[in-house]
Design a protein around this ligand. Structure first.
Ligand code: AMP
Length: 213
């Protein structure tokens, strides 16, 4: 099955969590631009150095940089059977560039999942999100670790993303509304949008998503 998925939704809507489950079920790569950028920052690469100031401010990294990153990634061999885009596109410019890229690669149309959650819930979720260096993600309300502050999978100490702290989280939500939300209409018009009520438990959302694909 050649499955191409785009996950849309505010920061904290649960895109990453669902992307991981979908990648496991359908055996296709989970491409998170946020994870790629965080790795680049950690490795102090040129892209990492360019991106850091924007990420710390809760702003978007420039479209040109992001489009190059995605082109490079989706043309790799492991994407032949499909892939999941989590966090890209985030602007209409990125969405247009993606459509052009798919056309040049003769790929089929993507399915676009829109994870909808109300704003008050988003801020609550972001400030409750804890990460593990191994990649696991927890939420003290919706998905707490068995022992507070410690990863269930590997036992390492959990930490909070700098940009999840309240002020930057609000800024990111603002950026989402202005720059990314128009993509809902964009994909709706192309008849590619699937709306998912993301204010539910992780497994209920996952079952619903699978039913739609
Ligand atoms: P995320 O983990 O998806 O919330 O992304 C974290 C940060 O990385 C965002 O707040 C942006 O600064 C940057 N970022 C990730 N994906 C993109 C994108 N497609 N376009 C611009 N900036 C991005």
């Amino acid at each position: 099955m050649n499955m191409i998925l785009i996950l849309l939704g505010a920061p904290g809507a649960g895109k990453g969590t669902q992307a991981k489950l979908l990648a496991e079920k359908y055996k296709i790569p989970h491409i998170s631009t946020g994870d790629m950028l965080r790795q680049a920052v950690k490795d102090k690469t040129l892209i990492g150095k360019q991106a850091k100031q924007y990420m710390d401010a809760g702003q978007l990294v420039p479209d040109g940089v992001m489009i190059e990153i995605i082109k490079e990634r989706v043309t790799q061999a492991d994407c032949n059977k499909g892939f999941i885009l989590d966090g890209f596109p985030r602007t209409v410019v990125q969405a247009d560039a993606l459509a052009a890229l798919f056309a040049s690669m003769k790929l089929k149309q993507p399915q676009v999942l829109n994870f909808a959650v109300v704003d008050a819930e988003i801020i609550k979720r972001l400030s409750a999100r804890w990460m593990c260096p191994c990649g696991a993600v927890y939420n003290t309300f919706t998905n707490p670790p068995q022992k507070a502050g410690v990863c269930d999978l590997c036992g390492k100490k959990l930490y909070q993303r700098d940009d999840d702290k309240e002020e930057t989280a609000r800024k990111r939500l603002d950026v989402y509304r202005k720059q990314t939300q128009p993509l809902i209409e964009y994909y709706q018009q192309k008849n590619l949008l699937i709306n998912i009520d993301a204010a539910r438990a992780i497994d209920a959302i996952f079952k619903d998503v699978v039913k739609h694909l």
